[in-house]
Design a binder for this molecule. Sequence first.
Ligand SMILES: [Zn+2]
Length: 144
Amino acid sequence: MPTQTVWIDPERLLKHHGVQVFQTYKDDDYDQGARRYTFTLDPQCGEGGSRCEDQPCQHLFDVRELSTWRPPQQPPFCTGANDTPENHAAWNEYFEREQEAIRTAIAAAIERAELTTSAWLPPAQENKANPASVPENESPTSPE
Ligand SMILES: [Zn+2]
């Protein structure tokens, strides 16, 4: 018996300033559930970006890589003495707060034009460079 793949639109997480953000799915399979942290700016462009018309694909992004990502503080892991109903409840609460943090980070990234209708534009690498990598006592570039 033949099987048929039916394409369906991904669920939209949010729309902000005209930029739409959609869920992605494990193996592009809706039934396997939405990815928690990976989203796409193009509903046609799912996991891996391999079917994307733009190569390399710039529609996919991981919310944890946005400069605006501020995760809530995690409770202790549910192991050993921490494997308590209270701690499980704390984790459920955490995941709800994390959902809010995801929306907040994406909206803020759109406002910074880090996310646009067509691409994720990560902040320039030099912004992330650690200034402490230059020894403090030396100033080889100071023009004296
Ligand atoms: Zn794409």
